[in-house]
Design a protein around this ligand. Structure first.
Ligand code: CP
Length: 298
């Protein structure tokens, strides 16, 4: 584990090993039981060029709890983006104000990697187009670790719009690092290569220990699909309680959930649903990430 800044940005898991994941889990589990006294000596700029609830609020809380004053730039309204200023210029102007670190959510056309290389402070990815959402994958890892002692060989089925999901991309990287067996269940047009694939949801649920649902990400579709596009075969149906929840299967979802589409409200609030635990772990995971950035360990 490096002791000085060898990477000043965290955009994906390219430079991560199992040691990084162990360090991450050790800090995240520590911050759950040991709240820190807060003294705001540093500043964290949160640049959210795309909408967010969970990631933005949890990074804001995590920054505060780790001693950063969180300075929030969110959306277009009442900012100079309305006057035509570019996202790149906005980023550079925020950097000129000398925050101690920057947390960014943006679309995939935003040159996050190039800008991060030029910055001399840590840049953390809070969701980058369809490409990656690594802090989501870390909170998912923490949630799975709370439930299963040993993740090696855990059977995780990802269901829904896999192809357009940055959550899936980052989760697949973490799953590979910690030996989780990952499969997908999706309509043909929304599948990706390289994974065990189920064309039938019930068959997939018979295989899985954890069912991770994704919403249909219409805003990232490059062309229009027919209304349901085959997803109706992958939506949760009540009779699935019998052979999944009742045999101790767990349900996850990164949010936001569209009730009546990928899941029902009933299953989201079922004791076997980990969805609100994922949200709670979002703060701990992001605190751990901020601490690793502070240590120069990412
Ligand atoms: N899971 C997630 O990224 O949610 P938000 O878009 O609300 O941050």
């Amino acid at each position: 584990m490096p002791s000085s800044h060898s990477f000043d940005f965290f955009l994906n898991f390219d430079s991560w090993s199992r040691d990084h994941l162990s360090r991450f889990l050790s800090i995240a589990q520590q911050v759950k039981i040991k709240p820190q006294s807060i003294s705001l000596k540093k500043t964290a700029s949160l640049l959210f060029f795309e909408s967010s609830t969970r990631t933005r609020v949890s990074f804001e809380l995590a920054a505060f709890q780790e001693g950063y004053y969180p300075s929030l730039f969110s959306g277009k309204e009442s900012t100079s983006l309305e006057k035509g200023e570019t996202l790149e210029d906005t980023f550079e102007n925020i950097l000129a104000m000398q925050p101690d670190l920057v947390i960014v959510r943006a679309g995939e056309s935003f040159p996050m990697q190039d800008l991060a290389k030029q910055a001399h402070i840590p840049i953390l990815n809070a969701g980058w187009g369809v490409l990656s959402h690594p802090s989501q994958a870390l909170l998912d890892l923490l949630t799975l670790k709370d439930q299963f002692q040993d993740l090696q060989g855990l059977r995780l089925l990802v269901i829904g719009d896999v192809k357009h999901s940055r959550v899936f991309q980052s989760l697949a990287e973490v799953a590979k690092l910690c030996g989780i067996e990952m499969a997908i269940a999706a309509p043909r047009d929304f599948q990706v290569d390289g994974f065990k694939t189920f064309d039938d949801l019930e068959e997939g649920l018979r295989w899985a220990q954890v069912a991770y649902f994704l919403r249909i990400q219409k805003e990232r579709h490059s062309h229009k699909f027919s209304e349901q596009a085959g997803f109706e075969n992958f939506f949760w149906k009540e009779h699935q309680h019998q052979f999944f929840l009742q045999r101790n299967g767990f349900v996850m979802h990164p949010g936001p959930v569209n009730y009546g589409s990928e899941l029902s409200r009933e299953v989201c609030r079922h004791p076997q649903s980990l969805i609100l635990k994922q949200v709670a772990n979002g703060v701990f995971a992001r605190r751990a990430l901020l601490r690793m950035a502070q240590e120069g360990a990412i």
